[in-house]
Design a protein around this ligand. Sequence first.
Ligand SMILES: *Cc1c(COP(=O)(O)O)cnc(C)c1O
Length: 368
Amino acid sequence: MSETHRVFNFGAGPATLPEPVLAQIQRDLLTLPGVGMSVLEISHRSPTFTEIIETTRTNIKKLAGLPDDYHALFTTGGATQQFAMVPMNLLAPGRTADYIVTGSWAKKAAQEAERFGSVHIAASTETEEFTRVPEQSELTLSPDAAYVHLTSNNTIFGTQWGQIPKQRGCFLIVDASSDIFSRTLHFGEDGIDLLYAGAQKNLGPAGVTVVIVRDELLQQAAEVDRMLPTMLQYSTYAKSGSLHNTPPVFAIYVLSLVTQWILENGGLEALEQQNKRKAQKLYNAIDCSDFYQGTAQPQSRSRMNVTIRLPNEDLETRFVSEAASAGLVGLKGHRSVGGIRASIYNAFPELGVAVLVEFMREFERMNG
Ligand SMILES: *Cc1c(COP(=O)(O)O)cnc(C)c1O
């Protein structure tokens, strides 16, 4: 492999970025066009950066089809900080929040919320080793919940909600860290009220978290009034355009390029079709073979993280190492579950999936 050859990166996050975006970053790194400096070196209050953050916000609003009463915020602390910020801002003392537990991240979110109020587990698939997400009919929602929280794609277990349940009566909060903008989303009436995502899987580099939030929730947060530190209040970000203090400027700049790239490539509808094709190709390869077993139940299969078992762990270890030698890297499953995991986020090329499927056939022929 030459020094500059790019591999197919199946890593779960931080994950592969679109090549045209990387090339653009490289071109802009000594000087943004006409600025004489890079984005790493300019004031976050300069006209140049103001334009960058506004473009990013506009792109996100366009892609998500956001109604006017929603804000796009940029926070730090990853999705993990959102596990705390959501209940801090929205779960008043004495109130209950509903959590749907479909994997490790969902469980962590629920555990964090317990620090701030009462948590009701509205459904959990843990006894089935998180091999599926529940049906809407299985949810035992509290009549007076402050909100219901779910994880739209379970990165570690390779499951995903086919449709985000329609919600009435309380706010719907979605952790979309591993599938944001991989398909069309529904905000507004009956839709998502707050969505958050660490950028490093589907959107950009680590260091920035996208939070999409409805005005009504900011009002609700004002009523909860916990005397939160300034930087832990959603309203701080909404009021200041995410510029209360120095934001992660480089990460936001890359986000502007990735969202632009999505828009130029047909937006979420086009990405959804492409992601469907990529996942289908891989699941077909699994279903055509007795050697490979998908771990997710078919109706809950993720289009982002495809989790696979081989007949034994020795074969899995060999699979991961031989694949890496063939330029297919990052295929080892999460350390908590083992197996193989192919993360095929938005920026992962279709060609890479075809190459993996070819490699799987050959590996089975040699070892099956
Ligand atoms: C990766 C991931 C997280 C954790 O994200 P951080 O940004 O590292 O805090 C949370 N939720 C889901 C669904 C994830 O995939």
